[in-house]
Design a protein around this ligand. Structure first.
Ligand code: DGY
Length: 326
C-alpha cells in the first residue's frame, strides 16, 4: 500500500517529523522558515494526502480545490483563521488545531506583557542600557499599579480563564465579557463577574483580549470601543491583530484616550506600524504568546499526530470541523 503523503509547509520541531515517520507517512518537508511560493505550495499540495501547516500559511479555497487527495489539514496553533475551514469541510477534509497545550504559556505571556506595559519595563531597560541612569529619583519611570486593579477579560475560553486565575495572585478584580456566561462554579472559583462588553470597557484599568478572529470579532476594538475605555487604561492583545482596529488604536494612544497598549499580535504581521513603535507607552512583541520551547515542540507533535491519525483511519484529538468525521 502506498504510504500517505504529508506536506509539512515550514520548519518544525523534530518531534513532528518523528511522529509522521513512526506513523509510516511519506514526508514532503519544506524545512525552511520562509513559506513556499503560492505556485510551489499548490504543486506540492496537489500530491499530498495531509498537510501540517502554520498560521503564516494562507490555506485558501483555491489551494484546497487544487489538492484532490487532501484529507487532513493540521494547523500548529489554536487559532486557524488562516484556513478556509468552510472550503475544507465542503470537501470532507478534516481540519485540526492544537488547543489546551498552549493555554498556560499564553496566559503567562499575557501577564508578563501586562506587567511590562503597566510598569514600563522595556522603556526602563532601554533607559539603563543607553547610559542615562545617573541616580535614584522619586518619580523616575513610575507606572501604574497592577495589584488591586480591575482587569477586563474579553473572551472567557481556556486562555481567558487562565489569565483570570493568574490575576487573582495580583489581587485584581476580574470582569469578563463573553457570548455566554461561564458556569457559576467557574465564576466563583476565579472570582470573575460577567458584564456586557461596554461596561467592561468603561470599568477596567486593563482590558485583555482572548477571542478568536471571526467575522464578528474583526475590529471588535473599534473607535467606539476605545472611546469607552478610561484615559489611564491599558489594552493588552495576545489573541489576533485584526481583533483591534490598529489605526483607531494609534489615534487613541496619540490623543491620550487610553494610556498604553501591550501587543503581541498585529493586523498585518510582521508589519508593525511606525506610529506604534514611536510610542513609549506601547510594548510590542513578535507574536510569542505560546513560545516556550516545550509548548511549541508539543504543538508540532500534536498537529503531526492528528494528521497521521486521520490518514491512517483513526480519530484525531482536536478536529475543528467535527462534521467531517464519520
Ligand atoms: C495560536 O496558537 O493561535 C497562537 O497565536 C500561536 O501559538
Amino acid at each position: 500500500m502506498t504510504p500517505p503523503r504529508v506536506l509539512v509547509s515550514r520548519h518544525v520541531y523534530p518531534a513532528a517529523i518523528g511522529v509522521l515517520q513512526d506513523a509510516g507517512c511519506a514526508i514532503d518537508y519544506h524545512d525552511s522558515r520562509d513559506g513556499l511560493e503560492p505556485e510551489k505550495f499548490a504543486s506540492r499540495l496537489r500530491l499530498a494526502d495531509g498537510l501540517v501547516c502554520q498560521l503564516t500559511d494562507p490555506i485558501t479555497a483555491d489551494l484546497i480545490a487544487g489538492a484532490p487527495k487532501l484529507r487532513a489539514i493540521s494547523q500548529i496553533a489554536v487559532g486557524y483563521d488562516n484556513v478556509d475551514v468552510a472550503a475544507a469541510t465542503r470537501r470532507g477534509i478534516v481540519v485540526t488545531n492544537t488547543p489546551g497545550v498552549l493555554t498556560d504559556a499564553t496566559a503567562d505571556l499575557t501577564l508578563a506583557l501586562l506587567l511590562a506595559t503597566a510598569r514600563r519595563l522595556p522603556e526602563a531597560e532601554r533607559f539603563l542600557r543607553s547610559g542615562k541612569w545617573s541616580r535614584w529619583e522619586v518619580d523616575l519611570l513610575c507606572g501604574g499599579d497592577v495589584h488591586g486593579a480591575t482587569l477586563g477579560i474579553v473572551g472567557f475560553g481556556r486562555i481567558g480563564r487562565a489569565v483570570a486565575q493568574r490575576a487573582r495572585g495580583f489581587d485584581m478584580r476580574v470582569l469578563y465579557a463573553s457570548r455566554t456566561p461561564a458556569p457559576a462554579a467557574v465564576e466563583a472559583e476565579l472570582q470573575a463577574r460577567h458584564v456586557p462588553l461596554d461596561a467592561l470597557l468603561q470599568r477596567s484599568d486593563f482590558v485583555s483580549l482572548h477571542v478568536p478572529l471571526l467575522p464578528e470579532t474583526r475590529h471588535l476594538i473599534s473607535v467606539a470601543a476605545l472611546g469607552r475605555m478610561q484615559p489611564h487604561a491599558i489594552l493588552i492583545n495576545t489573541s489576533r491583530g485584526p481583533v483591534v482596529d490598529e489605526r483607531a488604536l494609534i489615534a487613541a494612544l496619540e490623543e491620550g484616550l487610553i494610556a498604553g497598549a501591550g501587543l503581541d499580535v498585529f493586523e498585518d504581521e510582521p508589519h508593525v506600524p511606525d506610529e506604534l513603535l514611536a510610542l513609549p507607552s506601547v510594548v510590542a512583541l513578535p507574536h510569542i504568546g505560546s513560545a516556550s520551547t516545550r509548548v511549541r515542540s508539543r504543538m508540532c507533535a500534536i498537529a503531526a499526530r492528528d494528521c497521521a491519525a486521520i490518514l491512517t483511519g483513526n480519530r484525531p484529538e482536536h478536529p475543528v470541523n467535527r462534521e467531517t468525521l464519520p
